[in-house]
Design a protein around this ligand. Structure first.
Ligand SMILES: NC(=O)c1ccc[n+]([C@@H]2O[C@H](COP(=O)([O-])OP(=O)(O)OC[C@H]3O[C@@H](n4cnc5c(N)ncnc54)[C@H](OP(=O)(O)O)[C@@H]3O)[C@@H](O)[C@H]2O)c1
Length: 255
C-alpha cells in the first residue's frame, strides 16, 4: 500500500456535493486517483474505460456508492448515441475529464520502424478518439461546466520510441486550446492540464515508484477546484502540473 503525503496546496476541501463528473478513462492509472478524490469531495462520478473487466476490477477496488462505471470507446461508431444515453441517465455533467491514452500493442518502437497500420492505430487512439469524445460530450455539459484534458509532457518534448503517442499529445494540446478559444463566451470552461510523471497502481505493481512524483489523487484536487471555480487557475486554459510541491501552475517548465 503506497503512502501519500499531500503538499500544502492540496489540503483544500472543496465541496462537490450535488455535482456530477464524467471521467473518460477514469478506470485507468491516472483516472483512478482523480476519481477517488472527486468521490471524496462529494461528487457523483461516472468513470469509463474500454475494457469491461478492467473497469469492473476498478469499481470493486474503489467501492463507492456514488461511483458508476460504463464501458466507452472513443472510436465507437455509436459514440454520440452512447454520450446521449449517459447524459440522459447521469447528466448533465458539471465536468467531463478526458484521461485517455494508448500505447498500441507493439510496444516501444522508433518512428521509422512503424508500419502503416501501427501508425494509424496510434493516431486513431491518441488523437481521433480525443476529437470524437470532445464532439460527442461537449453538448452533455451543464451550463458553466468544465471540459478538461489530462495530457503528458510529451506534448512539448520528443519521446523516442513513442513518437506517435507524443504526436497525439501535442495535437491534443492544440485541439483543446482551439476548442477553448472557440467556446469562449459560452460559459463553458475548457482546460488542458499537462502532467509530469504520475504515481500509478500499475507502476507500483511493477515495483516502480517515487514519493516525489505527483499522485492521481492530487490531480483530482486540482480538478475539484476547477469544477468548483475555487482554483487560482480558473481563468487559464493551459496548466502544467509537474512539481508535486508547487502544484499546478500556468507557466510552462523550462526544458
Ligand atoms: N501515467 C503517467 O505517468 C502519466 C504522466 C503524464 C500524463 N499522463 C496522461 O494521463 C492520461 C491517462 O494516462 P494513464 O497513465 O492513466 O493511462 P492508462 O492507465 O492506460 O488509462 C487510460 C484510460 O483510457 C482508456 N482509453 C484508452 N483509449 C481509449 C479510447 N480510444 N477511447 C476511450 N477510452 C480509452 C483506457 O481504457 P482501457 O483500460 O480499456 O484501455 C483507460 O481507461 C493520458 O492522457 C496520459 O498522457 C499519464
Amino acid at each position: 500500500m503506497k503512502t501519500i503525503t499531500h503538499p500544502a496546496w492540496a489540503q483544500s476541501a472543496t465541496d462537490l456535493s450535488g455535482r456530477t463528473i464524467l471521467v473518460i478513462g477514469g478506470g485507468g492509472g491516472v483516472g483512478e486517483g482523480v476519481v477517488r478524490t472527486l468521490l471524496k469531495r462529494g461528487a457523483a462520478v461516472v468513470a469509463t474505460g474500454r475494457d469491461e473487466l478492467r473497469l469492473r476490477d476498478f469499481a470493486d477496488r474503489v467501492g463507492h456508492s456514488s461511483l458508476h462505471v460504463a464501458p466507452l470507446d472513443g472510436l465507437a461508431a455509436d459514440l454520440t448515441e452512447r454520450a446521449d444515453l449517459l447524459a440522459a441517465e447521469f447528466g448533465p455533467f458539471d465536468g467531463v475529464v478526458v484521461s485517455i491514452a494508448s500505447w498500441g500493442s507493439h510496444g516501444s518502437k522508433p518512428l521509422l520502424a512503424l508500419s502503416d497500420g501501427e501508425w494509424s492505430d496510434l493516431v486513431e487512439d491518441n488523437l481521433t478518439a480525443v476529437f470524437r469524445v470532445y464532439r460527442a460530450f461537449t453538448p452533455t455539459l451543464a451550463p458553466g461546466g468544465v471540459l478538461l484534458q489530462l495530457n503528458g509532457l510529451s506534448a512539448d518534448l520528443p519521446f523516442p520510441g513513442n513518437g506517435v503517442v507524443a504526436l497525439g499529445a501535442a495535437a491534443g494540446k492544440s485541439l483543446t486550446r482551439t476548442l477553448a478559444a472557440e467556446l469562449d463566451g459560452t460559459g463553458l470552461r475548457v482546460y488542458e492540464v499537462i502532467l509530469g510523471v504520475v504515481r500509478t497502481r500499475a507502476r507500483q505493481l511493477a515495483g516502480v515508484d517515487n514519493p516525489l512524483w505527483i499522485d492521481g489523487t492530487e490531480i483530482g484536487v486540482h480538478i475539484a477546484e476547477l469544477v468548483s471555480g475555487d482554483s487560482p487557475l480558473t481563468g487559464e486554459v493551459l496548466h502544467y502540473f509537474i512539481d508535486k510541491a508547487t502544484g499546478p501552475v500556468a507557466t510552462p517548465p523550462r526544458f
